[in-house]
Design a binder for this molecule. Structure first.
Ligand code: ZN
Ligand code: ZN
Length: 147
């Protein structure tokens, strides 16, 4: 043990790394109970560009392999293509291509309480939570299968 352990920047190589990052304890944060990897529903690709919106919490990913665009969780409900501000997530290193996963915080009855969109840069490996939002309705456990 060294005495100067500042929190390391979270770099990772695999889905397991990203899952562990999403499940790290966060002070005053909701615990993440389950993590699901984003896999293209069309071609099973695992690399994406990810768009989020300025005013609504929603995320849409575009598969880099087949270009299919798919919404994460219930984002289709909130997405507005005419909104003035939707933008691509970008890693601080400048790249916009990611592996993606969604962390779910669950209520005692199994419904989703909160979800977190975690991205791992495919260039430098830096991981981050790029979007998160509250789910305030139920039943909502089906969202675990819509990543
Ligand atoms: Zn695809
Ligand atoms: Zn990067």
């Amino acid at each position: 043990m060294t005495s100067d352990q500042a929190e390391p920047r979270p770099y990772g190589q695999t889905f397991e790394d990203l899952a562990a990052f999403l499940q790290r304890p966060v002070p005053d944060g909701y615990p993440v109970d389950q993590v699901r990897e984003c896999v293209c529903r069309s071609c099973a690709g695992r690399s994406f560009e990810v768009q989020v919106m300025d005013e609504e919490s929603a995320a849409r990913r575009t598969c880099l392999t087949c270009k299919a665009r798919e919404f994460i969780a219930d984002s289709a409900e909130y997405w507005d293509d005419d909104a003035p501000a939707e933008y691509f997530c970008g890693c601080p290193c400048g790249h916009e291509e990611f592996a993606a996963a969604v962390g779910f915080s669950l209520r005692e009855d199994g419904d989703v309480r909160w979800l977190f969109v975690g991205l791992r840069c495919l260039d430098c490996g830096l991981m981050g939570v790029y979007e998160d939002w509250k789910i305030s309705y139920g039943p909502s456990a089906f969202l675990l299968d819509q990543v």
